[in-house]
Design a protein around this ligand. Sequence first.
Ligand code: PEP
Ligand code: MG
Length: 585
Amino acid sequence: MSFSLHGIPVSRGIAIGRAYLIAPAALDVDHYLVEPHQIEGELERFRAALKAVQTELERLNEDLAADAPSEVGAFIHVHTMILNDAMLVQETMDLVRTRRYNVEWALTEQLERLSRHFDDIEDEYLRERKADIQQVVERILKALAGAPCAASLVGDAATGQASEEMIVVAHDISPADMLQFKTQTFQGFVTDLGGRTSHTAIVARSLGIPAAVGVQHASALIRQDDLIIVDGDHGIVIVDPAPIVLEEYTYRQSEKLLEQKKLQRLKFSPTQTLCGHKIALCANIELPEDARAAVDAGAVGVGLFRTEFLFMNQKGGLPEEEEQFAAYRQAVELMGGLPVTIRTIDVGADKPLDAMSGDGYETAPNPALGLRAIRWSLSEPQMFLTQLRAILRASAYGQVRILVPMLAHAQEIDQTLDLIHEAKRQLDEAGLTYDPGVRIGAMIEIPAAAIALPLFLKRLDFLSIGTNDLIQYTLAIDRADNSVAHLYDPLHPAVLHLIAFTLREAKRVGVPVSICGEMAGDPQLTRLLLGMGLTEFSMHPSQLLEVKQEILRADLRALEKPVADVLAAFEPGELQAALKRVAEV
Ligand code: PEP
Ligand code: MG
């Protein structure tokens, strides 16, 4: 039966393919497809893990104290029975054989299926056995973690096989998991949760494939292998489309591809307005190799390198200085002399790190207002110094700028500058080279920072407005929470005034300022931002040409009056009318 679901559009375009459902538990384990010749090896791994757990349970039973409560023995007995149950073991093996899932994935998938059955059981005692199955599965997963894998996630993705034409559907995907999809060839993404500028959405957008988030209950309503259409422009997901609908979307998809091809013509033309003002278009990257896409799209630099992604999916703790240095240097070298703005680690809120556990982070009542970004870095000075030394060392290989996230207080800026100074001193002592004139800038993403701008203008070399967080903190809307996503409004007068003020004041004293939040990559806002005085935009490479097209068509003088009207408007009706005039000039 055909039906449609509505969510938040986060990455434009149309994807048509088969649903590839990822169960929540499966997100904690690797999921990849094994080659046909690896299936037997994969099953062997599973058998070995089952045997290890069996031995573990037997040992537990033997070690039971004579006076242990009888429930403990019964509990071990139940777990042993589950371990040998065909519903768990045989079905998991079948998933490995028929779908070629790696065993961890097959196991968590089967757990998910069994859990659904259990939820329907009326008998409370039986329903609670679900927890026992979960515990047994966890034991097996632990045993598997000690055994070598038949293939790796990246290894399979490199072949680009079998995942073609597939659209990922999940309840939620963490930014770290989304990052792993960078090496896969999926056609689109749909998640039940998420907001327009959640980091999951940002990474999905950077993949340049259509995505919709906040599509409530999508993962429950869509079944594995269902044919689905994702309309990333409108946030619509159509399940099992009627032939005529499928035909219409296939046509639209080809039209879009054609438009994109046409845009390629703009790649080599200089970026300037109709009236001849030069505008710098830079790229946002998450991994050093993304710099290739930045150069390909014609970016004149990296305006934001989100280094925290290097710290994610790290099994053995935080990356060492050498590893970080190699990554930063790679990005700098790939940019071939163009500036690379490396932002110091911005973890916390919707990007927690394993390394943060123990800091009370898990129990923080409001992580977005807690130990995040520079606050965490200043609380971990050795970690921060390691990162600063690695960035500084990369500055010997090209033009590097250091960008610091989430600053609000004068003492935070001063402490950060002192630590940069200390990192330089340590490098001098070790005889390692760096650019002594490396420029240091701040993200303006807390309203307090924008309002107290003179603190920043006096101390820093450049500014970059992080509109994603600026909107979140100005409007008190969690950017990752789809239940308040309708209130997340880049065009709220308060947001526009903070941006306009920052641009105007920085320009007045000659401090360069850019915007690297998602607003910079939205072609519908390009004219407005130009009219507000923005001359440097930073966005995902996939958005660059569309924004460039808008810039080439814009006349700054003609924009002056309508943009002034936008800033003077507070009532929604007036604001809409003024915005319409901005779009029409
Ligand atoms: C922002 O807040 O606008 C920004 C660019 O940083 P991030 O999205 O990584 O928080
Ligand atoms: Mg931010």
